[in-house]
Ligand binder design. Structure first.
Ligand code: FES
Length: 154
């Protein structure tokens, strides 16, 4: 039987690679696939940090701040505005809040309709499509989902 585990052999090789790389200015991170003791596994508990790099979803707004049957206009990435419509307790849709008519920011959804305050265009809260002009095209969809008590970008 081989008493040396693949993990310890990998760790030893990793140390050699780091020792060789550091003098030349290279810094490498050794893969820990298969090793459960590296501390790189995300913690459990349902709380995800806001704005962290990696695989954590980007929080957009607390679900509690998006009234059911209505919605909210919130800040999106890069200074954009996003209109979030809450269709049911657990279903949300989101759109770029920029009106396709002349670029005003649309209002919060109400009664299944998103209305632009500038010239009265109306869009469906469930699909973003034009219900009433002068806009001739719908709102651009933004991917979102409910994650616990948050609405997050997908
Ligand atoms: S800018 Fe929205 S209707 Fe004109």
């Amino acid at each position: 039987m081989n008493t040396e585990s693949p993990v310890s052999r990998r760790a030893a090789l990793c140390g050699i690679v780091v020792a060789l790389a550091v003098p030349s200015g290279l810094v490498t991170a050794c893969s820990s696939s298969g090793s459960p003791s590296t501390g790189s596994t995300p913690t459990k508990g349902g709380s995800t940090p806001t704005g962290s790099a990696g695989s954590s979803p980007a929080k957009l707004v607390a679900l509690a701040d998006v009234p059911e049957g209505g919605g909210a206009v919130v800040d999106g990435p890069g200074g954009t505005k996003i209109v979030v419509a809450r269709l049911s307790a657990t279903e949300v849709k989101a759109y770029d809040a920029t009106c396709p008519h002349q670029g005003s920011t649309v209002g919060e959804p109400s009664g299944g309709t998103i209305t632009c305050p500038s010239h009265g265009s109306q869009f469906g809260a469930s699909d973003g499509k034009v219900k009433k002009g002068p806009a001739t095209s719908g709102l651009r969809a933004v991917g979102v989902r409910v994650d616990g008590d948050q609405v997050v970008l997908t």
